[in-house]
Design a protein. Structure first.
Lengths: 105, 422
């Protein structure tokens, strides 16, 4: 775990850069996190996914997998990969300030 | 009045819980009905061995009804839907079954049709799965005719049953082609959507090493979007490709179709969300789940259903008399990992402790996460134990209940191995 700075405020992140405490996240941090992931502009479609990730985390305690995102977010898996080319589930979780989606064992 | 427990599914989980409940509850007080669409109980751990000629398909199947204790009613019918508001199961033949307690034990369903191209040209010719009997038998014939080339073993996406099985397939394939004297002509690749060979750090590291030792290439973070059986290509959603001459895939898994037809019962994938400790469905207090059908953060593996059985039976008994639940499930899972050449590894873990090295069930026991002949013999012996001890409800010494800690090399700071809190 380490500390980094987004939008001028310190936040705790895991070794892989995921938020440890989603409560530290604010919307104005998203653009800075996204640009570090190679996404220069957050469109309305990006925000639809980011808000969905937050919503899912609040309800279920973990971010959804790509497959569940494709079925429930209103954005197809193909488009999810266009929006978040490095992998939608992980990248969107990082930008949305939630921990790394828990892998099924 | 006599109460009724309806158990949907007569596989590993359904049979285990039916037999345990029958021993626990007086037949005069509680009727137990098991519903399944067919009468073929498949010993699923045996499927892995079929493609290599190490098991015969017909030896893995027994009648479902014969595995149930006397006093358990077997009703052969497909389920149309569950009406939780009325506490009724509607069967496909038009009949209905009212219940006081419902247990969902219908496992996972293979959904190859959900991956673009997977069921198209080349399916069961160049692209196979060993996750069902027919597929495993077809793959056996294809493997014996295979004279060399690129063999890609690919997991479409998690969750899947027995997450170690595709790795075991790679290890056995290495052994199999060496026996046939053509190992140098076969290029083996393991393709996974995970970011490593396995999910948890210690096991992932050990299994990655084993893949390397057996000269199996590892492709990670590969979410297969399309399978082109004609040209022999796996294509990921982010545009990468793995070329093959023969591919063995683990198709997408979901819950049974009736779950989707039952309002409020399942999640987006058709699995039934349940409390991971009590196994009570989140939808209703009189609905419970065992085994692969559940959406809980445990593996989809027979050993999980086995360790869940005792807890679930006692919790259902408590529920029937209006008492609070007295026991909880710790997520205990135990898997042999066949590694070829008459050896196997063993992993043993739960919700809080990842698979580690050491010995099971105590300091003098089977080696964990290390290849040994003993583990292989354990895996073989388990086939007999399954039918003759496990399903009827006899206890298997040392393999019961909560995960043992003695013998395990646990980290000094156990918190570092914990799963993220829900």
């Amino acid at each position: 775990m380490s500390t980094t700075t987004y939008a001028g405020r310190p936040v705790d992140v895991s070794d892989e850069g995921f938020f440890v405490d989603p409560g530290q996240w604010t919307e104005d941090m998203a653009a800075q996190i996204a640009s570090a992931e190679g996404i220069t502009e957050l469109t309305e479609r990006h925000w639809q996914v980011i808000k969905f990730m937050r919503h899912e985390y609040e309800n279920k305690g973990t971010g959804p997998t790509v497959r569940v995102l494709g079925k429930t977010s209103g954005v197809t898996i193909k488009e999810l990969y266009q929006l978040f080319p490095k992998g939608p589930a992980k990248t969107a979780a990082k930008i949305a300030g939630i921990p790394k989606p828990r892998g099924c064992i | 009045m006599r109460q009724r427990i309806v158990i949907l599914g007569g596989g590993t989980g359904g049979t285990l819980i039916a037999n345990r409940l029958r021993r626990l509850l007086r037949p005069g007080a509680v009727e137990i009905v098991v519903v399944d669409a067919d009468d073929e109980h498949v010993y699923q751990p045996g499927l892995l061995f079929v493609p290599f000629g190490l098991a015969k398909p017909e030896d893995l199947v027994r009648p479902r009804q014969r595995q149930l204790r006397r006093g358990v009613v077997f009703r052969r019918a497909a389920v149309d839907r569950v009406d939780m508001a009325q506490d009724v199961v509607w069967l496909a033949d038009g009949d209905s079954l009212a219940y006081d307690v419902l247990v969902v034990a219908t496992g996972a369903r293979l959904m190859p049709e959900e991956t673009d191209g997977l069921c198209g040209p080349g399916w069961n010719e160049k692209v196979f799965t060993f996750y069902d009997l027919a597929g495993a038998a077809a793959l056996r014939d294809a493997l014996s005719a295979f004279e060399g080339g690129r063999l890609a073993v690919a997991v479409m996406d998690v969750p899947i049953k027995c997450p170690v099985a595709p790795l075991e397939f790679c290890f056995l394939a290495d052994w199999y082609f060496l026996q046939r004297g053509i190992r140098d002509k076969v290029e083996l690749t393991y393709v996974t959507p995970l970011d490593g060979a396995f999910t948890k750090p210690v096991a992932s590291r050990e299994l990655r090493g084993l893949l390397q030792a057996k000269n199996v290439s590892l492709v990670t973070d590969f979410n297969t979007g399309e399978v082109d059986g004609q040209s022999g290509r796996l294509i990921s959603f982010d545009g990468r490709e793995v070329a093959f001459d023969l591919s063995v895939v683990v198709p997408l898994h979901g819950g049974q179709a009736y779950v989707d037809r039952s309002p409020g019962l399942g999640d987006a994938l058709g699995f039934v969300p349940a409390d991971e400790r009590t196994l009570q469905a989140k939808a209703r207090p009189n609905v419970f789940v065992i085994g692969d059908a559940a959406d809980v953060p445990a593996s989809k593996a027979g050993s999980v259903a086995h360790f869940e059985r005792g807890i679930l039976a006692r919790n259902i008994a408590s529920y029937l008399v209006g008492e609070p639940f007295g026991v909880t499930f710790d997520g205990h899972t135990n898997c042999f990992i066949e590694s070829g050449f008459g050896k196997a590894l063993l992993i043993d873990f739960n919700y809080d402790t990842e698979p580690v090295t050491g010995r099971f069930p105590g300091p003098i026991g089977l080696p964990l996460l290390r290849q040994s002949r003993l583990n292989h013999l354990g895996k073989l012996a388990f086939g007999w134990l399954y039918w003759h001890a496990l399903l009827p409800g006899h206890e298997i010494p040392a393999v019961r209940g909560p995960m043992p800690k003695a013998g395990k090399h646990l980290p000094r700071h156990p918190a570092s191995a914990r799963l993220p809190a829900r």
